[in-house]
Design a protein around this ligand. Structure first.
Ligand code: DUC
Ligand code: ZN
Ligand code: ZN
Length: 466
């Protein structure tokens, strides 16, 4: 007996059509009109949209002071069935081993959505760089390096970024960068704090748009010299996005994502009274509204490929976590929750306002992230043979985002009070019903690692060379 999802209006990144979907076990085995219901469990979804489970290529659990996978079912309630998490490499631990250890310690039996892992080089050495070619053997084909964070363990110099670009290419591993100029941020932060400008509203001044644009351009030059692909995570502004667009149009394999908050919030959030601005401190910072508008344009026109949440629910939330920076904005733990709201924000403020089409919504929230992560077409599409990760979406629901409905484990919600149009009425993960109308109804800890294949989306232009 299969599961027959009947009469849905199926949305993919390419088109939209009414059909039935037949699921056997964990996979989609047929898509057609009028599939015989005999012997199947039938779910009639007439007048509902049906789209692939969301793929959030950018989340954090158990790192950056964030809560762990016990809270990861929040993703499923928000229609995201696969998360892409960044695994920190502790000092002295091999890059590949960092993945094996992390999985054992934090994921096995704890993660609830499926997950794909990205590495992070934090212990830059010849061994770490050499290990890049071993990452696909543990299901990892993307590795992030931080240009920001002078004096902190995350920071790596250009030497290592360049070496990683060269080595990663040998094995089809995508190099991702956090592009902000560490020295400029260091100087500006010290200056602002010395001047007594310690409140969250000065945080943006410590990390200006051009410090991000400069690092983005520098990373692009390095990728160009290495003749390797590059993926720039969490792009926030016009200058950085234009550098990516120009490089791509010049024939380089340079891509970038933005994140929900850079499309929904702006720098005025940082100036909220009573230290509330701290809730919105994240790296890079929120930008002026003109950049927010540009992010929508960049997503719509394909200059940026996808939208991640950069979900990072800080331990202790606002009251016990963010408060650590009460007297110094540079000590506020960066990050905020968002995995549960990503699809709702993009649908309500994108699709419903006419800023993006339904196809674009699926492209940037499901399909392209799966491609970037090297897990397409297992994830990110409604196709025969794909995992049966399916969202049945009721577009007529009307609500308001509130932390009382959040499973993120935080004491605040980044999008509190925002409108929500539409709801994931049913969410299936590998054929199993896991969420219904904002409630988790599955079993915790059943998430599986999705093995990422090398030579993913960012290697598209290198096909002939292989
Ligand atoms: N970069 C991220 O992508 N997330 C959290 C903090 C950071 O610097
Ligand atoms: Zn980052
Ligand atoms: Zn992040």
């Amino acid at each position: 007996m299969g599961l027959l999802i009947k009469n849905g209006n199926i949305i993919t990144s390419q088109n939209e059509y009414i059909a039935d979907i037949l699921v056997e076990g964990e996979k989609i085995i047929a898509i057609a009109k009028d599939i015989d219901p005999e012997g199947h469990e039938v779910v009639d979804v007439t007048d509902k949209y049906v789209f692939p489970g969301g793929v959030d290529e950018h989340v954090h659990y158990n790192s950056f002071n964030s809560l762990g996978y016990e809270t990861s079912h929040a993703a499923l309630v928000g229609g995201t069935t696969t998360v892409g998490d960044f695994v920190v490499q502790p000092a002295g631990v091999g890059l590949r081993d960092s993945i094996i250890n992390y999985k054992k310690e934090f994921l096995d039996g704890i993660a609830t959505p499926d997950y794909v892992l990205h590495g992070i080089i934090m212990d830059p050495s010849e061994e770490s760089v050499t290990d890049l070619v071993n990452m696909p053997s543990v299901g990892v084909s993307s590795v992030k390096l931080f240009m920001a964070y002078k004096g902190m363990p995350y920071y790596v110099s250009d030497e290592w970024i360049f070496k990683a670009l060269c080595k990663g290419k040998e094995a089809g591993v995508t190099i991702m960068v956090h592009a902000e100029n560490a020295d400029i941020i260091d100087v500006l932060t010290k200056k602002l704090i010395a001047e007594g400008k310690t409140e969250p509203k000065y945080f943006g001044d410590s990390r200006p748009v051009l410090s991000e644009a400069e690092a983005t351009s520098r990373a692009i030059y390095m990728a160009r010299i290495a003749d390797a692909p590059l993926f720039v995570v969490h792009v926030t502004n016009r200058e950085a996005a234009e550098a990516i667009r120009a490089a791509y149009n010049d024939g380089l394999s340079v891509y970038g994502e933005t994140c929900t908050h850079y499309m929904m919030l702006n720098d005025e959030n940082l100036a909220k009274p009573n230290f509330e601005g701290a809730k919105y401190v994240c790296n890079p910072p929120l930008r002026p509204q003109s950049d927010v508008d540009f992010m929508w344009e960049a997503i719509n026109k394909g200059w940026l490929t996808s939208v991640g949440s950069d979900h990072c629910a800080i331990m202790g939330g606002f009251t016990e976590g963010k408060v650590k920076g009460k007297n110094d904005f540079s000590k506020i733990p960066p990050g905020s929750p968002g995995v549960q709201e990503r699809l709702y924000m993009l649908w309500t403020y994108g699709v419903e306002t006419g800023r993006i089409t339904r196809q674009k919504f699926v492209e940037v929230c499901c399909t392209t992230p799966a491609k970037v992560c090297g897990i397409y077409p297992q994830k990110g599409d409604i196709m025969i043979g794909s995992d049966a990760d399916i969202v049945v979406f009721d577009p007529n629901y009307r609500g308001v985002i509130s932390n009382k409905d959040s499973l993120s484990g935080s004491d605040y919600c980044t999008y509190e009070g925002y409108k929500q149009k539409g709801i994931a009425e049913k969410v299936f993960l590998r054929g199993k019903l896991v969420a219904e109308n904002g409630k988790f109804v599955g079993e915790l800890g059943k998430g599986k690692q999705v093995m990422s294949k090398p030579y993913a989306y960012c290697y598209e232009k290198f096909k002939e060379q292989r």
